[in-house]
Design a protein around this ligand. Structure first.
Ligand SMILES: C[S@@+](CC[C@H](N)C(=O)[O-])C[C@H]1O[C@@H](n2cnc3c(N)ncnc32)[C@H](O)[C@@H]1O
Length: 223
C-alpha cells in the first residue's frame, strides 16, 4: 500500500476538486514529454488518453499534428468542461487543420473500460496516461491490486505491438510484473527519466535534481 496524504484514488476527491479547478497540468505540459512520445507514436495513430483531468495535453497534441485522441476520465464534471474547451479550441483553429480531427471525451472508469459500450469495442495503437497510474496507485494493495487491474485493462485496449506510455512521478513502477498471469502478451518496457524544472526557492542553497519518468510499455507476444 502506498501511503498518500490525499485521496487521489477516490472519485469523490476529484469531483470536489474539479468543481473549483479550471486547469492544472500535473508534471508539466506536453512539450516536456514530446520527444519520447514522438519516438513511439505516429501522428495518425488512434490514441486513448486516460485520466485526462483538466490538462491541455490532448489539445497540445492536436496542435502538434495528432488527429485521433479519445480522452477518458471518471469525473463527469471535468469531461463536460474539457468537451466544451475542445469545441471552442477546434472552432478557433479550424483553418489550421488540414485533416479531420477526432477528439472525443468520455466519462468512464479506467479500471472497467473493457465493459464500456463506447470503449470496449475498439483497439488503440497507443494508450497514454499522465499521472493516472500514480493516482490509482494510492489505493493499490495486495487485497486491491488496482495497478494490475489497470494494466490488464490497458493490455486489452491495445492492438498487439501497441504502446502504453505512462508518465509518472515514480521511479519504481514494475510494469513487467503486471503482465496478466496466463496472458498471451507481456509488457516490454523502456523508461526515460525527464529532469523536472528547478523551482526557484529563495535562500535555499542546495536544490536537488528531481526527475519525472516516462515509461514506454509495448504489448509484445509471450514467446
Ligand atoms: C493526477 S490527475 C492527472 C490529470 C491529468 N492527466 C494531468 O496530467 O494533468 C489524475 C486524473 O485521473 C482521474 N482518475 C483517477 N482514477 C480514475 C479512474 N479509475 N478512472 C478514470 N479516471 C480516473 C482523475 O479524475 C484525475 O483527472
Amino acid at each position: 500500500m502506498v501511503l498518500c496524504p490525499v485521496d487521489y484514488h477516490k472519485q469523490e476527491y476529484w469531483e470536489e476538486r474539479f468543481a473549483n479547478e479550471d486547469q492544472f497540468e500535473w508534471l508539466g505540459d506536453f512539450s516536456r514529454f514530446a520527444p519520447f512520445i514522438e519516438r513511439h507514436v505516429n501522428k495518425s495513430d488512434r490514441i486513448l488518453h486516460l485520466g485526462c483531468g483538466n490538462s491541455n495535453l490532448a489539445l497540445d497534441m492536436v496542435s502538434c499534428g495528432y488527429v485521433d485522441i479519445t480522452n477518458v476520465d471518471y469525473s463527469a464534471t471535468v469531461v463536460d468542461r474539457m468537451r466544451r474547451r475542445s469545441q471552442e479550441f477546434l472552432r478557433k483553429h479550424v483553418d489550421t487543420f488540414s485533416t479531420k480531427i477526432c477528439l472525443q471525451w468520455l466519462t468512464a472508469d479506467c479500471l472497467a473500460m473493457t465493459s464500456h459500450p463506447d470503449l470496449g469495442q475498439v483497439k488503440y495503437d497507443v494508450v497514454l496516461d499522465k499521472t493516472l497510474a500514480d493516482a490509482i496507485c494510492c489505493g493499490d494493495s495486495e487485497d486491491h491490486p488496482l495497478l494490475q487491474q489497470l494494466a490488464q485493462q490497458v493490455m486489452q485496449m491495445l492492438k498487439p505491438g501497441g504502446f502504453w506510455i505512462s508518465i509518472s512521478y515514480s521511479q519504481h513502477r514494475s510494469f513487467e510484473d503486471l503482465t496478466p498471469a496466463q496472458g498471451q502478451y507481456r509488457w516490454q518496457v523502456q523508461y526515460y527519466p525527464v529532469e523536472a524544472p528547478k523551482e526557484h526557492i529563495d535562500d535555499v542553497i542546495y536544490t536537488p535534481t528531481v526527475y519525472h519518468y516516462c515509461y514506454v510499455c509495448q504489448k509484445v507476444p509471450v514467446e
